[in-house]
Design a protein around this ligand. Structure first.
Ligand SMILES: [Zn+2]
Length: 232
């Protein structure tokens, strides 16, 4: 098969073999269809230069660095599509080319760029600051966990080890929030006694629902689930 370039036709001939082969594939060109091949190749090279001031060598270098894929979604260009990739560039002061992106992701990057500027302006100069309000807001939903002292923990663990159920412990320690005390178990600060573990296992074996076991023993349903599954 005679290769298209061997017939000697202008712009295409000035390309190195490697660059030409990459462009052929990128543009879905058939080297045996000479007329179409040359017109499409010329058109691409001219547009590349007149619209973007990018040479074919530079284009191919970038395309290969990206592994012939969109720099974000990593998909290769759609075959047969008219526009393959967009040339994404900085819309700020630099105007620098960043990379080749598929059309949907090029749009997303434009959006991200605009939102980025809005976010930065908000963060740098929030309205509360402009209003000179210096107010601290604590996060109600995730209060900071303050671990109990070692003495408290060993006292509690001692009770658990000597037959006190967690449920009873919750009632016996009014100074401690029940939920906080319960959370010591999944946090690994307190260990359930062997008796309690055995009780959980027995109740589970007879088909007692986990929330019901949890209530009886005084732990979270997630703790019941964790104990039952670790015993299987
Ligand atoms: Zn993409």
């Amino acid at each position: 098969m005679e290769h298209a370039s061997q017939t000697g036709r202008s712009a295409t001939d000035r390309l190195s073999h490697d660059v030409r082969v990459v462009l052929e594939a990128y543009l879905d060109l058939d080297p045996t269809d000479l007329v179409h091949y040359h017109s499409q190749m010329q058109r691409f090279i001219h547009r590349l230069w007149y619209r973007k001031k990018i040479t074919p060598d530079q284009f191919v270098k970038l395309y290969l660095v990206q592994g012939k894929k969109c720099a974000i979604c990593k998909k290769p260009p759609a075959r047969g599509g008219k526009t393959k990739f967009n040339f994404d560039h900085d819309h700020g002061s630099s105007s620098l080319l960043r990379g080749l992106l598929c059309i949907p992701y090029n749009r997303e990057v434009d959006r991200y760029e605009k939102l980025g500027l809005l976010f930065r302006a908000y963060m740098d100069n929030p309205p509360a600051k402009q209003a000179e309000l210096n107010i601290r807001i604590e996060d109600d939903y995730h209060p900071k966990f303050v671990p109990p002292s070692k003495e408290t923990l060993s006292r509690l663990q001692d009770k658990l080890d000597h037959g006190t159920r967690l449920k009873e412990l919750l009632d016996a320690e009014p100074s401690m929030a029940k939920e906080t005390l319960k959370s010591f178990v999944p946090r690994g600060l307190l260990h359930l006694s062997g008796d309690t573990v055995e009780q959980i296992r027995t109740l589970d074996a007879v088909g007692t629902p986990h929330p019901q076991i949890a209530k009886a023993v005084g732990v979270y349903p997630s703790t019941v689930k964790w104990i039952v599954s670790s015993l299987r």
